[in-house]
Design a protein around this ligand. Structure first.
Ligand code: AMP
Length: 213
């Protein structure tokens, strides 16, 4: 099963993607996580991506697509995957489609986690991330057991640079201009399913599992 997560930054698609991946035994592939790992390891790719990420802009398609196609060609993706944060532009979606159709495959579901803009900025300022293992929390809705410390690996939690209010506004603008058109794109293909992302996390997940079966 090949699943794509759509939704504004901070809509909770990453959290849902991880839960789906676990329940259905699929790899969770987050292009943002891959970029952050590269930044942490000081790679050339990381240096290039950081320039864009810190401004709330998208990393250029060429770079992102190459990275994603390499990842989904790996063995653990044979039975499908959950893509979290890819595609984010129509050209990215088109390349993915073309690559899949070469293998007689397609995206099975595009799950849109729907949250109005008004809710987004508040959500993002409460978000905390572990830069070591990629786990994400929210100071109110998904707090870690011990304040400021990752439950999974014990590292310190931070407010990501790109979750700061001034960057969030930019990310929302970029989302509306470049990513939201994907909702129509997948609707036309008959694979779009929307869930109400303002509900508690467990209820959003229950709605998703009703869709995926
Ligand atoms: P995320 O963790 O998915 O919110 O991604 C964080 C940042 O990484 C985004 O704001 C972009 O700068 C970059 N990024 C992640 N995925 C993509 C993508 N598919 N295309 C372009 N940039 C991306």
């Amino acid at each position: 099963m090949k699943i794509i997560m759509l939704g504004a930054p901070g809509a909770g698609k990453g959290t849902q993607a991880k839960m789906i991946a676990e329940k259905y035994g699929l790899p969770h592939i987050s292009t943002g996580d891959i970029f952050r790992a590269n930044i942490k390891n000081g790679t050339e790719l990381g240096k290039e991506a950081k320039e864009y990420m810190d401004k709330g802009l998208l990393v250029p398609d060429e770079l992102t697509v190459r990275l994603l196609l390499d990842r989904v060609a790996q063995d653990d993706c044979k039975n499908g995957y959950v893509l979290d944060g890819f595609p984010r532009t129509i050209p990215q979606a088109e390349v993915l489609d073309q690559e899949l159709s070469k293998m007689g495959e397609k995206v099975d579901y595009a799950i849109n986690v729907d949250v109005p803009d008004e809710n987004i900025v508040n959500r993002m300022s409460g978000r905390r991330a572990c830069l070591n293992c990629g786990a994400t929390y929210h100071i109110v809705s998904i707090p870690p057991k011990k304040e400021g410390i990752c439950d999974v690996c014990g590292s310190e939690l931070v407010l990501r640079d790109d979750d700061r209010p001034e960057t969030v506004q930019n990310r929302l603008k970029v989302y509306h201009e470049q990513t939201q058109p994907l909702i129509d794109f997948y609707e036309k293909k008959g694979v779009l399913r929307s869930v109400d992302g303002t509900l508690p996390m467990e209820e959003v997940f229950a709605a998703i599992t009703r869709i995926l079966g």
